[in-house]
Design a binder for this molecule. Sequence first.
Ligand SMILES: Nc1ccn([C@@H]2O[C@H](COP(=O)(O)OP(=O)(O)OP(=O)(O)O)[C@@H](O)[C@H]2O)c(=O)n1
Ligand SMILES: C[C@](O)(CO)[C@H](O)COP(=O)(O)O
Length: 258
Amino acid sequence: MSDDPLPAPEPNSVPARPAPRTAAVIPAAGRGVRLGPGAPKALRALGGLPMLVHAIRAMADSRAVSLVVVVAPPDGAAEVKTLLDAHALPERTDFLVVPGGETRQESVRAGLEALPEGYDIVLVHDAARPLVPVDTVDAVIEAVRDGAVAVVPALPLADTVKEVEPAASPGEPEPVLATPDRSRLRAVQTPQGFDRATLVRAHETVTGDVTDDASMVEQLGLTVVTVPGHEEAFKVTRPLDLVLAEAVLARRRLNDGF
Ligand SMILES: Nc1ccn([C@@H]2O[C@H](COP(=O)(O)OP(=O)(O)OP(=O)(O)O)[C@@H](O)[C@H]2O)c(=O)n1
Ligand SMILES: C[C@](O)(CO)[C@H](O)COP(=O)(O)O
């Protein structure tokens, strides 16, 4: 045994607490009706690879994300597992595949139910946003680590927005009711980041149609905060979005030299 004395403890030193572990849930079970006929949207090709593979890599690129839960089209779970085996993720990232539901909310809930213990931060990220940069993902995680219970990436709007009385039948003129102050409006993206317990409570408590997870946390009366979004985190919804996504990817590949 060494006779060397143990080093004196640093005054007031506190052992560093490990960072809370982060999992990403990727709802990918939608049909993609607005994109037009074809395979489920998440499995459509972008730059020669299924859109879902890009979305999974976008999450796994963050060193903070150690588990990705993919919520697959109900009849496509086996195909998605095969895809993930074929397109290796970084070794530090585990993945699970579960079947999705009828709505985005149901699909996210299925992903949350499959989450093992030990992940205190959860990202929810649309498979339909395949090109979100890793800096945006990390900014969301950082804001949750800093204490926010719910975080959304957000961008200012380019268009003026009108509130209307929706037409009784498609194509009829719609009376404008109001013009909200654009400087107070934001378009929000994913990944949205959450304290896990808060997101689970929101999904257990809030009923009715919602279009994102953060609005469920708002309905609990809790504060949701924004971080800067990114224009390349746009959602592939209509055919023109796919053209833009191909162009963004081609530019990235050119810049990366392959
Ligand atoms: N039952 C559903 C519906 C949607 N989503 C997912 O939620 C994300 C955002 O939905 P959206 O872009 O609206 O996709 P779709 O529902 O596929 O599109 P559409 O409304 O045009 O059919 C997508 O990654 C989609 O796969 C899901 O997991 N389960
Ligand atoms: C969650 C979302 O991407 C935030 O902008 C969006 O609300 C999803 O909407 P969709 O109609 O299900 O595509």
